[in-house]
Design a protein around this ligand. Sequence first.
Ligand code: PBG
Length: 330
Amino acid sequence: MTLIYRPRRNRKSHAIRSLVQETRLHPSDLIYPLFVTGGIGIRDEIKSLPGIFRMSIDSLLKEVDRAVEVGIQAVALFPVIPSEKKDLMASECMNPRGLLQEAIREIKEAFPDLCLIADVALDPYTSHGHDGLVDGDGGILNDETVEILVQMALIQAEAGIDMVAPSDMMDGRVGAIRTALDEAGFSHVSIHAYSAKYASAFYGPYREALGSVLKNGNKKTYQMNPANWREALREGYLDEEEGADILMVKPALPYLDVITKLRDATTLPISAYQVSGEYAMIMAASQKGWINGEQVLLESLMAIKRAGADMIFTYAAPKAAELITIGALD
Ligand code: PBG
């Protein structure tokens, strides 16, 4: 054949393939979500998240050490609150000596250079599992919830958090948190906004991990409709105007188009959350021997980055970092 263009020329050796490679994954792209629980010496594996544990603070410090060793520079903390401390008002989230705040202090002291992120949302603390306060008819109260979120962000800031990550999807929360942080002398604390957070069935294993499975209803009046992308841009614009430093899309792999569109619509950094259900599906198929789990993991993370994410939350962060470092992608 007489062909002017033979694209295969650019794929003919490893050296050439790496010269023309457009996207690269690096351990410093990854954010490692961690579940913290009370007690001592606890490392309790979550059934639907193989290899992921609810850890007491002492075990968590060891896990963070292991993650830092392989190049992870950011972790996100999620507290597992015992049901007797959950209530309708999420009161425990405003306890300055609460589990999350203690974990923040201890990790920050042991790893001052690590970027520490924590969710701002009521679901780990409410007896019904919703991210906001529920009114008499089962509706989610927006403005009343924002007042609590603001308090929650302030006590995380006092404990030493680097970034607060509002994941609740209440309207106006980013602006309210920004103002309150600034007024309290925390203008250095960043807001990592869950901007395009969808009402997704992919969060199942996370809710099991936290014991925050919804008692009734669903999250569709605050989390976004999976059918929509323009609305994601609108949420992103609002969070940017209200002072967010980073905009997140969540889940990640099923929403690559949203990542790309938001990437094109803002100059802010974009993050993506490879959520619990995404991780669980890869692990389950891998355990059955139906896919090569490690390769599928790296391919998924690469796809998320290629779509436009600057950083990725993934439960597989240390594993992925190790694989990247040994060149498993090549
Ligand atoms: C809390 C929150 C959720 C996740 C992160 N923060 C669950 C939800 O909104 O129901 C999901 C994370 C995951 O599935 O890995 N608002």
